[in-house]
Write a protein that binds this ligand. Sequence first.
Ligand code: CAA
Length: 294
Amino acid sequence: MKKITVIGAGTMGNGIAHVFAINGFDVMLFDIDEKALAKSIINIEKNINRQISKELLTADAGRSSLERIQLVTNLEQAVISADIVIEAATENESLKLKIFSSLSTLVSKETILATNTSSISIGKIASVTKHPENVIGMHFMNPVPVMKLVEIISGYKTSEKTIAVITQLSKKLGKTPVACNDYPGFVANRILMPMINEAIESLQNGVAGVSEIDSIMKLGMGHPMGPLQLADFIGLDVCLSILNVMHQGYGKQKYSPNPVLINLVTSGDLGVKSGKGFYDYSNGIKNPPVAYKA
Ligand code: CAA
């Protein structure tokens, strides 16, 4: 298992390509958008340099890691000789189904097709492929080079062999794989997203302001970031789509996304990536909260 293909060069895709490359794997990083690929390699280089300056990597290892990443815009070329394909495209069910149905026609019957989905059914994704036994959830956390967890989600038809290979592979990356079953939001987001949603509702109810809510949760619970800053970091659009998947999947009101979150996403305030969310990032760093509009 040496050849890895990562589908999607966004934040998660470039983090995943980064960790495979620094652990000696050859990586094909695929995106249909050349600009996204160009941006992602700049980001990977920046994060590798950060590791070099912290003496976590030597300069030579950093350079050869970058050389192991090949940027590709042709899907067939990207996956034809892959041992494992990891999809990290936008969190959108119809897009993922389209990608997996195409992948299934291009790869060998041995190739493992993993998805980094945060919430979408592995069984449903597997159902559009020829070999559902080879489909599995391999859910990395952001920032991928730093966070230790990989949530390993087996679908109804995922084989024991696929689970064993992906578990071993995660360990080879220095990560800690933890297994769970295929329910909307799995474990990480089933617990995280209601907390973020509740933080937004607390803000809406006037219980406290953005900084106060975050400070209380940071200092009181020992979280590295408060829930509103974390929502900005994850992407408010991603939080909204995960909540929608859970709301639809469980049919329970407690997963219904708060209207403030919907309004922010609808108006294009997506958090760090758009420059504005609960905080202002217009100059690239976190500034005081944006005035909250009820
Ligand atoms: N690449 C490589 N290294 C990175 C990095 C990146 N992208 N981002 C941060 N780092 C490193 C830094 O170099 C630093 O290393 P040292 O400890 O060796 O000094 C370390 O991480 C801490 O970074 P900083 O000092 O810059 O900043 P910080 O102390 O504020 O930490 C953080 C930043 C690691 C992001 C921290 O705030 C944190 O852990 N936040 C919570 C992250 C979290 O909860 N992630 C899960 C989100 S949910 C998810 O991803 C799943 C989903 O489906 C939505």
